[in-house]
Design a protein around this ligand. Structure first.
Ligand code: NAP
Ligand code: F7E
Length: 348
């Protein structure tokens, strides 16, 4: 009999990649979407167009009764909890909702599994994050963050995720549940939301190339991230739940690059070399050939507390899971700009 998987946040970036992966592996895939849509709703139809195999379940992570009913009806073999308020900048503006969804929502999921009497049979994946480490000077291991590194979250999002991380571990230790966390470093791609910096840049570059946009406004160009491709990371999520015993794993590339580097590579894809002038909020990125200003700083995008540098150490996942990222940094930038260029000229 086919295994059943339930994915929360199925309409998000990772949800789409994971749903397709599990469907290809022969799973019956259920996906939680929030809202009150009927099948005729445009969003419902868009989701079904992309994932025609999907069984949509309407529920909110804040609603324990809806989640419990879903567990009772589906009795999933595997649950992937990807739903969250996931934008770090936004979490400063709406910290209470972030705590409720990104933090307590995890507890609701674990309780729903227990209330449905599935704690001995259902395997649970929690989407933990490198944002829990914080990237401060005192807390930056030279060889990258491992599963045992010290946590020092720097945003309401990071703090809420740390609660989700520890409550998952607590349920594993208290109730012997197969519950674990993947501590994933940034992963991007063609499904990334446009509010995240990589997609914001790749879409702007495509629009600048097609004459639909003049320039892009960004915040901190010097932050560094360990960026991989989302398609590679969902394979790691699945591998974690196939192990004999539940353990947490870091997924990362082991490389770190600045926003500035991402910009330079993205513009290079359309044949533009960027030269940087000035400093701080007055800095600009100009087209070296024409002198046209293409990148401006808007302090609105600065965060009250920043995570300056993230570098992950994926050795445990590589050794124990046999996981390895396939797409490298230049490959990721290329893939995203190419996708957005095709979308702009209407060939996608
Ligand atoms: P995403 O694109 O922002 O997707 C998150 C999904 O959660 C969205 O589909 C959203 O639904 C849903 N959601 C939000 N609030 C909800 C609620 N109250 N009830 C039910 N669903 C709700 O995030 P992602 O990039 O795919 O990331 C997946 C998970 O991994 C997230 O938990 C994220 O925090 C975590 N993570 C991501 C990264 C990364 O680099 N991408 C790294 C580490 C960890 P709507 O579509 O209706 O808004
Ligand atoms: O920011 C800087 C910003 O919003 C990356 C989420 O998936 O990964 C993601 O969180 C960096 C930050 O992602 C802009 O200040 C500059 O230093 O793309 P981001 P994030 O904050 O790293 C982690 C692992 C998660 O878990 C999260 O869910 O880029 N930056 N200028 C900007 N960021 C944005 N969004 N927009 C700008 O204009």
């Amino acid at each position: 009999m086919s295994k059943k998987a339930l994915i929360t946040g199925v309409a998000g970036q990772d949800g789409g990649h994971l749903a397709k992966l599990l469907h290809d592996k022969g799973y019956v895939v259920f996906g939680i979407v929030r809202g009150q849509m009927e099948a005729s709703h445009p969003r419902y139809q868009a989701i079904m167009k992309e994932m025609p195999f999907l069984n949509i379940v309407m529920a909110d992570l804040l609603d324990l009764s809806a989640l419990t009913h879903a567990m009772q009806e589906i009795k999933p073999d595997e649950v992937y909890n990807l739903a969250a308020i996931s934008h770090v900048g936004y979490s400063f503006r709406d910290p209470i909702l972030t705590a409720d969804v990104t933090g307590k929502g995890v507890l609701n999921m674990l309780e729903a599994i227990r209330l449905a009497g599935l704690e001995k049979t259902t395997r649970f994946y929690q989407a933990s994050t490198s944002e829990m480490f914080g990237g401060l000077d005192y807390n930056r291991p030279d060889t990258g963050y491992t599963e045992d590194a010290i946590f020092h979250p720097r945003s309401p999002y990071g703090v809420a995720k740390l609660y989700g991380h520890w409550i998952t571990r607590n349920y594993r230790e208290s109730y012997d549940m197969f519950a674990l966390s993947g501590i994933l470093f940034n992963h991007e791609g063609e499904r990334r939301g446009p509010e995240f910096v990589t997609r914001k840049i790749s879409q702007a570059v495509a629009r600048i190339k097609t004459g639909k946009q003049e320039s892009i406004e960004l915040g901190n160009l010097d932050a560094k991230r360990d960026w991989g491709y989302a398609g590679d990371y969902v394979e790691g999520m699945w591998l974690m739940l196939q192990q004999d015993k539940p353990e947490d794993f870091v997924l990362a590339t082991g490389e770190t690059h600045s926003i500035r580097e991402f910009c330079e590579l993205a513009f290079k894809e359309i044949g533009i070399e960027i030269k940087w002038n000035g400093e701080g909020a007055k800095e600009t990125g100009v087209d070296a050939a024409s002198g046209k200003v293409l990148v401006k700083i808007n302090p609105e995008f600065y965060r009250p507390a920043e995570v300056d540098l993230l570098l992950g150490n994926p050795s445990k996942a590589e050794k124990q899971l046999g996981w390895k990222r396939k797409v490298d940094f230049p490959g990721l930038v290329k893939l995203m700009v190419e996708y957005d260029l095709k979308a702009e000229v209407g060939t996608r």
